[in-house]
Design a binder for this molecule. Sequence first.
Ligand code: NAP
Length: 284
Amino acid sequence: MYEDKIISGKEVSAYEKGLIADRVKALKEKGIQPKLSVIIVGEDPASQTYVKGKHKDCAECDILSDNIALPESTTQEELLAVIERLNKDETVHGILVQLPVPKHIDEYAVINAIAPEKDVDGFTALNVGNMNIGKDCFIPCTPQGCVNMLEYAGIDVEGKDVVVIGRSNIVGRPVATLLTQKSATVTICHSKTKNIAEKTRMADIVIIAIGKAGFLTGDMIKEGAVIIDVGINRNAEGKLCGDADFDSCIEKVSKITPVPGGVGLMTRVNLLKNTVKSAENVEK
Ligand code: NAP
């Protein structure tokens, strides 16, 4: 009934995967096989599921991937040595360390040990800095996914009032930067923001990434608003759900991304795109 309001991650992801496969084919014809190396430290079940998904996605698009599973007891020095080896390995185009790393390891040091030209997550200080000044770089996969969803739905953000709820380094902050660069007027809200509803009710587009199931309700948005829901939560029944309360928002929105089947799929696609971009950079 509301199908025309849904921006389907499945649809966008299938379209994007077709384009990626074409780029991989072109690279292979030139003798370049794109490859992603994924490092996982410890046994966190959620991280293991995410990593499995990344390998499956790579296989689907003919991107090679290898899995480097290290025990929880791995020292920071050992992990840095693995990254250094991959930095030097010319057959590896993308390096990803699945986060979080165990507490005894300094996440910042690990991320910044990755060669920026292989940092397909876009988390190194150099890529973050370049993104902020609008230079070519690896853009983090989830914020880029939000932009992709808006573009695919034909929503021009120029001059639009956007409220981003959440200011994390991996989602809220970078998505606000990307949309500002596209000439949207962006307000960032966080846990200390007073009266968020007052701000969201004025917004043409609300992007929410806070990790609180059903936080954004229909009475907090204006008629015709667009919602990009980044949150991934489990509700009381154990079902996956977003940060927006889909049922109370759907009637008012002009477009909304579902959870599951929304931004998460774009995050996965953008990792593949960044890996292919890195392989293409090799021949430049
Ligand atoms: P995070 O690092 O925990 O950051 C959460 C942000 O939300 C913080 O800025 C926090 O404010 C803000 N916040 C928390 N409670 C709030 C409230 N009641 N009102 C307003 N702001 C509030 O989380 P994250 O890594 O950005 O992830 C956010 C959500 O997105 C999670 O559900 C995560 O699973 C999901 N996610 C999805 C994808 C995907 O591919 N779809 C990718 C990454 C993350 P303060 O800064 O003031 O603490």
